[in-house]
Design a protein around this ligand. Sequence first.
Ligand code: WT7
Length: 663
Amino acid sequence: MSETDVELEARLAEQDAFDPPESFIQQANVTDPEIYQQFEDNWPRCFEQAADLLSWTDDYDQVLDDSNPPFYEWFVGGELNASANCLDRHLEGRGDEPAIEWIGEPTDEDNRTYTYSELHREVNEFAAGLRALGVEEDDVVTLYLPMIPELPIAMLACARIGAPHSVVFAGFSADALGTRLEAADSEYLVTCDGYYRRGDPLDHFSKASDGLANVSHSVDTVIVERLAKEDQIPHNWTEQTHSYATLLEKHRGATVEPIGRDAEDMLFLMYTSGTTGQPKGVKHTTGGYLSWAAWTSHAVLDVKPEDTYFCAADIGWITGHSYIVYGPLALGTTTMMYEGTPDYPDRNRLWELIETYEATQLYTAPTAIRSFMKWGTEYIESHDLSSLRLLGTVGEPINPRAWKWYYKHIGEESCPVVDTWWQTETGGMMLTTLPAIGEMKPGTAGPPLPGVSADVVDVRGSPVAAGEAGYLVANKPWPGMLRTLYQNDDRFINEYWREYSNTDSDDSADWVYFPEDGAKIDGDGYITVLGRVDDVLNVSGHRLGTMEIESAIVGVEGVAEAAVVGGDHEIKGEAVYAYVITEDGYKENEDLRERIVAGVEDAIGPIARPEAVVFTPELPKTRSGKIMRRLLENIANNDELGDTSTLRNPDVVSEIQQKAQSN
Ligand code: WT7
């Protein structure tokens, strides 16, 4: 490091607040600091600004119907189609501009550019194909696809005909797919023969077939031929298996009129982890969700039609839904989509892509930023990243050091960094600074967005003092909010509302949304989200329920009982630690350990793979029989142990510690 670099590091380390760069302010979409007050004074009509970013086939009569909380309705009476908003309306003027820049693996020869016209054509053809298979309005279509263009194409084709999609992350296991198909009663599946991971072809269809084997109803399956050239097309075709290519061929040049959807009609379902084994089907709507995705892309990510915007997430998660597909395409921009990983074929990959495509924004996760930091700056320095105008992060808390590294080395101190807190259920961003307005404080997401009402409260629901830890809540509804959990209104109320609401009341002022995160707030109203307070882990920015993992482990032959907790991990943020009691007659050996890891991978997927499996004779339990997870977390992290006096079996603690260390 040169001396100036040392000085620079020292200055950055000292600095705890950063003003938006002047050059950014000059050109930003939203620049008036009065916006916060205006939204407050004009609530909920302020959200017309979001709805106005869309084209409606029927105007709405009412912005918000809050007469039956927490079943809020937004843009009541309005009619629109998401696919028409993301495609048709851009054809005139931007038809020849790229909508999607897809970068495939393993070689750049696979790359594809879809202009808005081309994307529109293929979406129409596939929509016609889906119709021909029998898909009708309101039928749930499950999409089990990796990061290939056919995923957003299928999403938009579903949206076009009013069939809600349910995307299942391609990294999820066969079992996870089966559970989701079953839970959504979904009779249609779009998947592929395989895809590439680090240059190697990966069989995806077998996994899909295994998942289908456990579904109690019949499922028509469309297979995208991604690996056709590898001669990997699956052999077990039945009457219910259809080729994507053949389907398109049959419907070449077809046009499908976009179906008018009520603002409150479901656009999609997305399953996410909760505290019980059963994943939650989060329901998002056409009007509210799409307005929120578009508005936050405009106001926070500063997306403009002429941009080439890069979000490095996977469309299998909500981030990709809102900020690779729906938000950016609704605004008519060019959205990049990268199939591979940031370190294949080498660690230059992302920077190469940013340089080649002249990306204007980069939106990624702290876990990725921590990896980049670890790799060092040499890969960055050899690339011209000056096209970047804004940086964003999402998925988990980012520590000030990583924030500053991102700001300095990727943004060259000329891009604002937006730390955006939100979740699957919120549909889009909730807490973050507006990039041309708010002072940025590394490590804290920022204030609620204009019109969003959030606070940090104690167990009784009273606001905590500045600097104290408490629970994050949202006091008012917002357009992008989940409407309910699919076919489970009771669970919807229990999971998100019961804690802080008067559930007997019809007055929406008595209803408070609880996202199950701990947080603290500073004197300026900036909120730092500390992490989940429920039994949900955040591994590399992905949500995993401890219950889901535990039930997978208990399903392994030889396991009597299991407890899973999160331990600190340098790159992943949190990692899965499993404490396992074996059944009588089974040995605590490597074989069992391997079967446990395999059991978790089968039930959920490699993302849930335990970092450590610790065999223990007993689990630490309170007198009432509750597992003391806090204690197991302390052991996983090698932390000082808290009070153990309330334990029924205090002796077990030192034994577990020894076992964990010898692991
Ligand atoms: C949970 C939501 C939002 C899309 C990706 C994850 C954590 C998210 C932040 C942030 C601190 C964050 C929360 C939240 N989280 N963003 N900027 N700072 N924590 O979506 O799988 O629904 O997970 O991720 O704990 O509740 P998800």
